[in-house]
Ligand binder design. Structure first.
Ligand code: FAD
Ligand code: 2HG
Ligand code: ZN
Length: 475
């Protein structure tokens, strides 16, 4: 194979590997693959490859390696950091895993499920449930995000507080490396100390070290008792105090513990049909606590009522609603899950997916809110998210009436403003969404020196031609 091929020859070769169902070249078919959920980026690609098997992925990657063709891997394309969007050169091939969507195996004794990369997260949850088990990873984009995507970003979400990030939910991996070789690491082992943990290198690599084609996922016993509470709390400290109360009572029962500001909940009520505040009065701070146990007699509702009564007495909780039905519970969860969509509808917003030590979350929120309003008077901070993990989405909504483009032109000032506080508290500038192309310029500053040098050496060793998702993660 020559070092590069004219586009028509390259398409011929791809067509031979993939067939007509596996290759999109029509501008209208390609268009949805060229922009991101946030509409921050618009890229170009000469084609979208849609392989149906690991062997087809490998053949495509071998062709790209031989011809120096850059590949942008793509799952559900829900990245919050432009990770799955190609650059504007038109030289990229988008490689979508959407057709690799089989559950290859499910073992109720091993408590594992082997799923291909293109399996949608919600489908994986449903398949586990059909087998009487639980795949606990849960996030707002679960109806679209894929197993390959959640592993490649090491996604977090609502249940990290109990089950860990995507990384902790994976036992084995199958991947195509940048030279086109297939690595079959689909081991269902709970213990396997055999050299460098290659699987953990690929998890969170955002497609820069290879293509994830399948994974062995950990399953858990399903919940047989649950309880949910939506609470108005006095302030950020009270939110954390309530987290501690629940954790002290029964840490294993806390499946999710989420914080929302009054501003964010107001946006949801205003913009999302069917969302109503389940409390008599608006508050400035809310918490959603979700409890679950595999024991049918865990008595979680009574436990929630007792903890909330103590917190009411202490003045931490101002009011609380406990749903009486599954339908009511789902309506309450929507208030939290619709936060990203409601912020989109309210206008332009800048996201800051940051983490700090859990104990410093209240200070982080207060300092960031004050600094942001000083930076852009009239702007509206919308902190919300996974307070139990110390991961707050410290987002900023534009001032009403301001030109959205003028507001977005300040994005980097806004991110710098939040990051200064986060750094001071020993936090991270990217908690769960990754680096993508949005945050590459922060890497040298935050991860420079030996850490970044080691990452660059790993990248150069595995992908010497730099074809795997160039322009992402590393500066
Ligand atoms: P894509 O967006 O397609 O890709 C993400 C990255 O992974 C890209 O760099 C891509 O190149 C790479 N990639 C994708 N598939 C593969 C593969 N098979 N092999 C190698 N590389 C691959 N994230 C959270 O962590 N927690 C949340 O709570 C959360 N909530 C969200 C809510 C909404 C409404 C939205 C839109 C997004 C949310 N996200 C959240 C972000 C996003 O859903 C996650 O990052 C998710 O893991 C991406 O999955 P995906 O299949 O869409 O991947
Ligand atoms: C969430 O927790 C997601 O809902 C999205 O991580 C966060 O929109 C955001 O900033
Ligand atoms: Zn989140």
């Amino acid at each position: 194979m020559p070092d590069s091929l004219p586009p028509a020859r390259l398409l011929d070769e791809l067509d031979k590997i993939l067939g007509p169902r596996g290759l999109l070249t029509d501008a209208a078919d390609i268009a949805p693959h060229l922009s991101d959920w946030r509409a921050l980026y618009r890229g170009a690609a000469f084609a979208v490859a849609r392989p149906a098997s690991t062997e087809e992925v490998a053949a495509v990657v071998r062709l790209c390696a031989a011809t120096g063709t850059p590949i942008t891997p793509q799952g559900g394309n829900t990245s919050m950091v432009g990770g799955a969007t190609p650059d504007g050169s038109g030289r990229h091939l988008v490689l979508s895993l959407a057709r690799m969507n089989r559950i290859r195996a499910l073992d109720a004794l091993d408590m594992t499920m082997t799923a291909e990369a293109g399996v949608v997260l919600k489908t994986a949850q449903e398949k586990a449930a059909e087998a009487g088990a639980l795949f606990p990873l849960s996030l707002g984009a679960e109806g679209t995000a894929t197993i390959g995507g959640v592993l490649s970003t090491n996604a977090g979400g609502n249940t990290t507080v109990r089950y860990g990030n995507a990384r902790e939910l994976m036992l084995g991996l199958e991947a195509v490396l940048p030279d086109g070789s297939i690595w079959n690491g689909l081991r269902r082992l709970r213990k396997d100390n055999t050299g460098y943990a290659l699987r953990h290198l690929l998890v969170g690599a955002e497609g820069t070290l290879g293509i994830v084609t399948a994974a062995v996922l950990r399953l858990f016993p399903r919940a047989r008792d649950t309880a949910l509470a939506f609470c108005a709390v006095r302030d950020e400290d009270a939110a954390l105090a309530l987290f501690r109360r629940f954790r002290d009572r029964d840490e294993s029962a806390v499946r999710a513990f989420e914080y929302m500001s009054g501003t964010g909940v107001d946006f949801c009520v205003r913009h999302i049909e069917g969302v109503v505040l389940p409390l008599a009065e608006r508050a400035d701070h809310y918490v959603l606590v979700d409890l679950a146990s595999s024991r049918p007699d865990a008595g979680l509702r009574a436990m929630a009522e007792s903890v909330l009564a103590e917190a009411l007495e202490a003045g931490e909780v101002l009011d609380a609603a406990l749903p009486e039905s599954e339908a009511q519970a789902q309506r309450i969860w929507r208030i939290r899950e619709e936060h990203p969509e409601a912020q989109k509808r309210e206008g332009a917003s800048v996201k800051n997916d940051v983490s700090v030590p859990v104990s410093t979350v209240p200070e982080m929120i207060r300092r960031c809110c004050a600094a942001l309003v000083e930076l852009i008077p009239g702007s509206r901070p919308v902190p919300f998210g996974h307070i139990g993990d110390g991961n707050i989405h410290m987002n900023l909504e534009q001032p009403p009436g301001m030109d959205p483009a003028a507001f977005l032109a300040r994005s980097h000032d806004i991110m710098d403003c939040v990051n200064a506080v986060v750094r001071d508290l020993g936090g991270s500038f990217s908690a769960e969404h990754g680096i993508g192309r949005l945050k590459t310029d922060m890497m040298a500053d935050w991860r420079g020196g030996a850490e970044l040098a080691a990452m660059q050496a790993i990248k150069a060793a595995l992908d010497p031609r730099g074809i795997m998702n160039p322009g992402k993660v590393l500066p």
